[in-house]
Design a protein around this ligand. Structure first.
Ligand code: ZN
Length: 54
């Protein structure tokens, strides 16, 4: 499974975040929640990664 794109994070990526002012990237649920709180960001669960949300 792909790893979270954030620095110093080794959790599996479960969400793709579309950030208008940065490159799209795949991150873990914890980072996705923090990133998606910003206005204009879209978070989309990755196929097959639903278990990582638990
Ligand atoms: Zn992360």
């Amino acid at each position: 499974m792909e790893q979270c794109a954030e620095d110093d994070c080794d959790r599996p990526a479960a969400v793709r975040v579309y950030v208008p002012w940065e490159a799209d990237r795949d991150v873990c649920p914890a980072h996705a929640r923090a990133i998606a709180r910003q206005e204009g960001v879209v978070a989309e669960p990755l196929d097959g990664a639903e278990d990582a949300w638990l």
